[in-house]
Design a protein around this ligand. Structure first.
Ligand SMILES: Cc1cc2nc3c(=O)[nH]c(=O)nc-3n(C[C@H](O)[C@H](O)[C@H](O)COP(=O)(O)OP(=O)(O)OC[C@H]3O[C@@H](n4cnc5c(N)ncnc54)[C@H](O)[C@@H]3O)c2cc1C
Length: 482
């Protein structure tokens, strides 16, 4: 029997992996391959946190493959050349992979397909990383959706996503393995100590993803609608890196959540519906990226290309380094730096602060997130930033400007989140925690805090920043200044 190659991409799992199953169904030996090709990712090669994740994810995938009597072959170089050479070495007659939706990845897959077909190989591309294929999910006019609610309604009226398929029980190995690089040769891990906090927070891989899903269903799903907005709690699934890297498929999540609500009260079913709706936002983000592939760099609403940004590089640095003087913003930026992840509610607050309070272009924030998030995902990140900047599909209107103090009081009412990440002001009473500058000098002194020395003074005044942002918006719309 001839050998088949499974080319792993954003689908680092064995269960519910259509490309892997197709390779197995060929009946012969299977050669699992990962090619590290950052130069083929266009403007968006994986950031530092993603590279950290990838290192351990590949190690986990290799270990899982070995349990099935197989292993992972690792290569580096331009994808097309690497795969063509490998096909020859492995004497393979077929190559299978799952689709990715980022513009550069789509192009590479096309190039790979053409090159392999020219060599007479059988190739197969599968749809395994989304619930609904964005290429065929279209509105009544045959175009893409740009508003979430009708989009999701349309998806929910389609046949339910298929049941996930189990992992193969064994993989037949080739008579001789092609050579492989060691994982360390890819040099994915940072040389500085920065990733220690990430390592304390996450264990990448299929097994951990499945455990995370089980824990979420058992402990948090039934209270999702309130828990999801409380950053100090584990009220959400924290599956975003697992979905990003494909350690778990959205179909697995979808059906596990649905299954868990059988024989449960309508209230729990409603919570599950709310959770699956979040998966819907992930679907919508990919839908938008497929149909508007320029949006990682440019606003979906062209008018915003003329937005009069005038934020300074000092302000951008203060935001990146959690020195804005706004505790909720700084707490979020520290959570991100320390763990490679940030709670969704806080992502919205810090993003809004950057683009509206500081008037720094959203693309700068998107780049920082891309480098520091372990779940950095081109579709979700683009949607998130354009939503916050008011220039994307179904976005928050620009004139709705989050007040970081009120957001803190509402979503971190006991201050647990801020106290964890900004311990230097932990001693302040709850009423002052989200605006330390409003505390009396004696209250600050009692907690040994001098603003500007122990914790930053606010880099902008909220009311002034709000007025400035609204004026900039007026200028964009050609209206006289307020
Ligand atoms: C400015 C900004 C940037 C973002 N960048 C990214 C990113 O790079 N990668 C990323 O995966 N998410 C991004 N998000 C979306 C969201 O913040 C994360 O997916 C979420 O925090 C993940 O936490 P969770 O897995 O516990 O979510 P849960 O609440 O448990 O949701 C389950 C899953 O649904 C998806 N999801 C949830 N919320 C959203 C959303 N708003 N948009 C798209 N998908 C969503 C995620 O895949 C998530 O894992 C961004 C949001 C904002 C506001």
């Amino acid at each position: 029997m001839a050998n088949s190659i499974i080319w792993f991409r954003h689908d680092l799992r064995l269960a519910d992996n259509p490309a892997l199953l197709a390779a197995v169904e060929q009946g012969g030996p299977v050669v699992p391959v990962y090619t590290w090709s950052p130069e083929d990712e266009g403007e968006w090669p994986p950031g530092a946190a993603s590279r950290w994740w990838l290192h351990y994810a590949l190690a986990a995938l290799d270990a899982d493959l070995r349990k099935l009597g197989s292993r992972l072959i690792i290569r580096t170089g331009r994808t097309v050349e690497t795969l063509v050479a490998l096909v020859r070495e492995a004497k393979a007659t077929a190559v299978f992979w799952n689709h990715r939706y980022e513009p550069a990845a789509v192009q590479i897959a096309k190039d790979v397909e053409n090159a392999l077909r020219r060599q007479g190989l059988c190739v197969g591309e599968f749809h395994g990383n989304l619930l609904f294929d964005p290429r065929v999910t279209l509105n009544r006019q045959g175009g893409p959706f740009q508003v979430f609610t009708p989009y999701w309604k349309h998806c929910l009226s389609a046949p339910e996503p298929e049941l996930p398929k189990p992992a193969p029980g064994r993989l037949s190995r080739p008579r001789q393995w092609p050579s492989s690089l060691s994982l360390d040769a890819l040099r994915l891990l940072p040389t500085i100590k920065w990733a220690e906090g990430i390592a304390e927070t996450w264990v990448p891989g299929e097994r951990s993803a499945s455990d995370r899903l089980t824990r979420f269903i058992e402990k948090a799903l039934s209270d999702y609608s309130t828990g999801r907005d409380r950053p100090e709690k584990t009220g959400t699934s924290r599956l975003s890196p697992d979905l990003r890297w494909g350690h778990i498929s959205p179909r697995q999540v979808w059906h596990a959540v649905k299954r868990s609500t059988r024989r449960q009260s309508p209230r729990v079913a409603k919570q599950a519906e709310g959770y699956l709706r979040q998966l819907g936002w992930r679907e919508f983000a990919h839908h938008l990226l497929v149909h508007f592939p320029h949006t990682p760099e440019e606003p979906l609403r062209p008018m915003f290309a003329r937005f009069p940004w005038n934020g300074s590089s000092e302000h951008l640095r203060a935001w990146q380094h959690a020195r804005t003087g706004y505790p909720l913003v700084d707490a979020g930026m520290r959570e991100l730096w320390h763990t490679g992840w940030m709670h969704n509610r806080v992502r919205m607050v810090v993003a809004s602060f950057l683009v509206k309070h500081l008037l720094v272009p959203w693309q700068e924030g998107a780049r920082w997130f891309w480098d520091t998030l372990v779940d950095g995902d081109l579709a979700n990140n683009t949607l998130g930033w354009q939503w916050c900047a008011g220039c994307g599909a179904d976005a928050a209107p620009y004139f709705r400007i989050f007040n970081p103090v009120l957001q803190g009081r509402k979503f971190d009412p006991d201050g647990g989140y801020v106290r964890r990440w900004v311990p230097e002001i932990a001693g302040l009473a709850d009423k002052h925690l989200h605006e330390p500058w409003a505390a009396k000098a004696t209250d600050l002194a009692e907690c040994c805090i001098r603003l500007g020395r122990d914790y930053a003074e606010p880099i902008v005044d909220h009311a002034e920043a709000r007025t400035r942002a609204l004026k900039a918006y007026d200028r964009l719309r050609g209206r006289p200044d307020r």
